[in-house]
Design a protein around this ligand. Structure first.
Ligand SMILES: [Zn+2]
Length: 132
């Protein structure tokens, strides 16, 4: 009984951490998109000599690419967080999505959105990336 209660509370805490994380990610994503919209709108200030133009364009391209990578990572993380949230509602939170075994508590404490156990997560990471 006591143990059950503690578990329920722990689950609530994890749920709260997950939704806080989702909110902050959403906010960061929105900020990123705002910054990008601003940058894409303007002609940038500065002189118009061809050299600086070329440089600006290159820097712009790099910034854009970094932005996209960051954005992609955020969106991936949001997906995982949403799935963890779902698992809490389903009552499968703390169980590995791939093998169904319980996920270590220490892992869940460190990474509330963990939906894979350590071996499965490692297998996932080492899987070659699908076509980009
Ligand atoms: Zn697993």
């Amino acid at each position: 009984m006591g143990r059950h209660l503690r578990n329920a509370r722990a689950k609530e805490e994890q749920a709260a951490r997950i939704s806080a994380e989702r909110e902050s990610l959403h906010a960061r994503l929105a900020a990123l998109d705002r910054r990008r919209a601003l940058r894409e709108r303007g002609p940038l200030t500065g002189d118009n000599t061809p050299t600086s133009d070329t440089l600006d364009t290159a820097q712009e391209a790099i910034a854009k690419e970094e932005n996209l990578a960051v954005r992609g990572a955020m969106i991936e993380r949001l997906k995982v967080l949403a799935r963890a949230d779902e698992k809490i509602r389903e009552g499968t939170y703390g169980m590995c999505e791939a093998c169904g075994k319980p996920i270590l508590r220490a892992r869940l404490r460190a990474l509330p959105e963990a939906i894979l156990c350590v071996p499965c997560a490692e297998a996932e990471e080492h899987r070659p990336l699908r076509s980009r």
